[in-house]
Ligand binder design. Structure first.
Ligand SMILES: NC(=O)c1ccc[n+]([C@@H]2O[C@H](COP(=O)([O-])OP(=O)(O)OC[C@H]3O[C@@H](n4cnc5c(N)ncnc54)[C@H](O)[C@@H]3O)[C@@H](O)[C@H]2O)c1
Length: 283
């Protein structure tokens, strides 16, 4: 059974930086790979900032923060991940790019290394098929922001070995997460349910002429949601949600999965939610 001591994270964008932070905070030596030194330093700065905020909020001590930050090393070479026991890939959501990364990782790591993808919507099986050892490939689907949201969907592809699935699951637990088992089906568990459900909420705005603030008040107070659907889509990003809807609709074909017209319009207008300063609400 693979004992995971050293972790590699490929891509230190939104998700990769969050995953690397989870890893260093849990005590694992972690190598973060970015395409350039500058982007690597940007990823490190994000992690350092969130760790410092943790100290300010009393979630960790200054010593713990410094020790966590010191566990991260940066590289722009995939070959520097050769001695990692677990590599988590978080590059752009493009099948060919991910297949290239996995083929290279497969070549340069020992067969015992677990290779995980953080894909939201691509087939883990198709990514695994780019390797000579698809049995060690699994999905580890973190949620954004990765250091905050506890869930990690551990995705078993038809080729995945039990040992790889178990090792990924146990590592997620050791990292303080709440892993769940699921299979390599479109949307896994949460997005399969949440995407059409959020689309229903948006359609109700227009079908029933409901204001976003009333929708959110209704769902938080009547259904116990911690955040209303419009506020949640603003947080996810309208573009990210539209893309995820198109992808799920393309695979499963249910009409509810297609992005509602209102969201497509918002995307074209550049109203992408919190990150652009305007979505259903202004920020
Ligand atoms: N953002 C989310 O809410 C979310 C949630 C769960 C999973 N995901 C998944 O995580 C993955 C990363 O998404 P993100 O939101 O962090 O994206 P991002 O745009 O923030 O980061 C993308 C990363 O890909 C790297 N990259 C770009 N071109 C590359 C190339 N040619 N070769 C190697 N690396 C390259 C970038 O340097 C960056 O590190 C995607 O598969 C996405 O579906 C995203």
């Amino acid at each position: 059974m693979t004992e995971i001591r050293k972790v590699g994270v490929v891509g230190l964008g939104t998700m990769g930086a969050g995953i690397a932070q989870v890893s260093v905070q849990a005590g694992f030596e972690t190598v973060g790979r970015e395409v350039s030194e500058e982007l690597g330093e940007r990823g490190r700065a994000t992690i350092d900032r969130y760790l410092t905020r943790g100290v300010e909020k009393g979630r960790l001590s200054q010593e713990e923060r410094d020790a966590a930050a010191a566990r991260l090393t940066l590289t722009s070479e995939l070959s520097d991940l050769a001695d990692c026991d677990l590599v988590i890939e978080a590059v752009l959501e493009e099948l060919e790019l991910k297949r290239e990364v996995f083929a290279e990782l497969d070549h340069l790591t020992v067969p015992g290394t677990i290779l995980a993808t953080n894909t939201s919507a691509l087939s883990v099986s198709e990514i695994a098929a780019a390797t000579q050892h698809p049995e060690r490939v699994v999905g580890m689907h973190f949620f954004n922001p990765a250091p905050v949201l506890p869930l990690v969907e551990i995705v078993r592809a038809p080729q995945s070995a039990d040992e790889a699935v178990d090792a990924a699951y146990r590592w997620a637990e050791r990292a303080g997460k709440q892993p769940v088992h699921c299979n390599d089906t479109p949307g896994f568990i949460v997005n399969r349910i949440l995407i059409p459900l959020l689309n229903d909420c948006v359609r109700v705005l227009d079908e029933a002429d409901v204001r976003p603030e009333d929708m959110d008040k209704a769902m938080t107070n009547g259904a116990g949601w911690p955040l209303g659907p419009c506020a949640l889509i603003d947080l996810i990003g309208i573009d990210v949600h539209v893309h995820a809807s198109e992808s799920l609709h393309g695979k499963l074909g249910e009409a509810r999965m297609a992005p509602p017209e209102r969201l497509v319009r918002m995307q074209h207008e550049g109203n992408l939610g919190r990150k652009s300063g305007a979505g259903f609400y202004t920020y």
